[in-house]
Design a protein around this ligand. Structure first.
Ligand code: HSE
Length: 441
């Protein structure tokens, strides 16, 4: 490892890039195109030492200088002249083994790998700590948007109480189309696929797996606790109907897939609640204005109040921007023989099960239109200790639709209420059930 020598301005820092897909190729391009600027900002030249790919002959967006491409990623990260490693392969393996090998070899690492960080972040953080090197990952959440550094550094003296994020562009595009064009989920998904926003297999996005990984990373940083993807309650958007979206519109709301991370001090002991699900938010909420495939993260903290971070959450070039920002930081640290901030998990807060999480619900119910019906519906709510905030009735020919919005109650109480409603003889159908977020009670 040559980092100690690299303090000399005439000696370059050598960078290995693992993966040369849409993000990796833009990273390689920027390292080349911005080389003068990067050298001035870092204090030493950043020199590409190698680019690991699966196939040497695959078509790629950037021309990699002769001799730098290799299929031997393990060999590349083990080379003694490699100072910094950028991992943009994604997935769990071989990314995890490569990052661990790079750290063990004395290199600092920049990664965009949300799935790996959310599944096994502590193993990586411990390896970085042991090696005395940096592990930075701004690009893992919300692409180009600077959000991890603000949580980790800018807000380090404050107390973050809630993070609400639109952190998946594919689902935001689909829900936005459903809202603006009145289309159903399948039609909006097809459009997202035609435009290249959604993958041929859209499961990771539409079922909320991608957002759940990002929620785990956000919650860990915001609340100084270890939160993994398995701790995150996850619901996707494939069951959101045109009726849900229309119902939200009638209430002055819009449906968004939210990653919600909350500090809950009302539990027996301070805890965190982390969940990803579709929710109605008021159109006046700043997150409601996040359209198409954009991302945004809304942070509430005690001293700062409310902050919003907005921008492109995916794509080769925007994601590469975040990677390069981290690259400059870890390169400066390596030159100075220093480390940036490592993992901060001292608070070690319990993660609340979803049933104990407090939410509000919007419930639309088709009922018979006759005396006593409203009373029975209200009784179902009160039986489970759920207080009703508003009720609206729309008359139809022989039946009516009731739209009930509850006050905050636990998710378990609210789910039980909906179950009871479904079994009432006067209820024809519970047509829409959705949580309501973005308003404090
Ligand atoms: N597929 C993600 C999205 C981007 O749609 O936002 C990568 O996390």
């Amino acid at each position: 490892m040559s980092t100690s020598d690299a303090g000399r301005a005439d000696k370059p820092l050598r960078v290995a890039v693992l993966g040369c897909g849409s993000v990796g190729s833009q990273v390689v391009r920027l390292i080349d195109e911005q080389s003068e600027e990067l050298a001035a900002r870092v204090g030493a030249r950043l020199e590409l030492g190698g680019v690991a790919v699966r196939r040497l002959d695959a078509p790629r967006e950037v021309e990699v200088p002769e001799g730098l491409l290799t299929t031997d990623a393990h060999g590349l990260v083990s080379r003694p002249d490699i100072d910094l490693v950028i991992e943009v392969i994604g997935g769990i393996e071989p990314a995890r083994s490569l990052i661990l090998a790079a750290l063990e070899n004395g290199a600092s690492v920049v990664t965009a790998n949300k799935a790996l960080l959310a599944e096994d972040g502590p193993t990586l953080f411990e390896a970085a700590e042991k090696a005395g090197r940096d592990l930075y990952y701004e690009a893992a959440v919300a692409g180009a948007i600077p959000i991890l550094r603000p949580l980790r550094e800018s807000l380090a003296g404050d107390r973050v109480t809630r993070v609400l994020g639109i952190v998946n562009g594919t689902t935001n595009f689909i829900l936005d189309r459903m809202d603006t064009a009145g289309t159903g989920f399948s039609e909006a998904l097809e459009e997202a696929q035609d435009l290249g926003y959604a993958e041929a297999d859209p499961t990771a996005d539409v079922e909320g797996f991608d957002a759940a990984a990002k929620a785990a990373i956000l919650a860990s940083l915001a609340f100084h606790s270890r939160v993994t993807a398995a701790d995150v309650h996850r619901e996707g958007i494939s069951d959101v109907t045109a009726a849900d979206v229309a119902s939200a519109r009638d209430m002055g709301c819009v449906v968004k897939l939210l990653a919600i991370c909350e500090l809950r001090e009302d539990a027996d002991e301070p805890a965190v609640a982390v969940r990803v699900h579709p929710a109605m938010i008021p159109r006046s909420h700043p997150l409601a204005s996040v359209r198409e495939a954009y991302n945004a993260v809304f942070v509430e903290s005690e001293a700062a109040g409310q902050l919003m971070f907005y921008g492109p959450g995916a794509g080769g070039s925007p994601t590469a921007s975040a990677v390069l920002g981290d690259l400059v930081t870890v390169a400066r640290n390596a030159l100075a023989g220093a480390r940036g901030v490592g993992e901060s998990a001292y608070a070690d807060r319990r993660v609340l099960p979803m049933g104990e999480t407090r939410t509000r619900y919007h419930v639309a119910i088709d009922v018979d239109d006759r005396a006593g019906v409203l009373a029975q519906v209200a009784t179902a709510f009160s039986e489970h200790g759920v207080s009703i905030q508003t009720v609206r009735q729309e008359g139809r020919d022989l039946d009516a639709q009731l739209v009930v919005v509850s006050h905050e109650a636990t998710d378990a109480q609210l789910s039980a209420t909906v179950e009871t409603l479904r079994h009432l003889e006067i209820v024809r159908e519970v047509t829409s059930v959705m949580r309501v977020e973005g308003e404090s009670e």
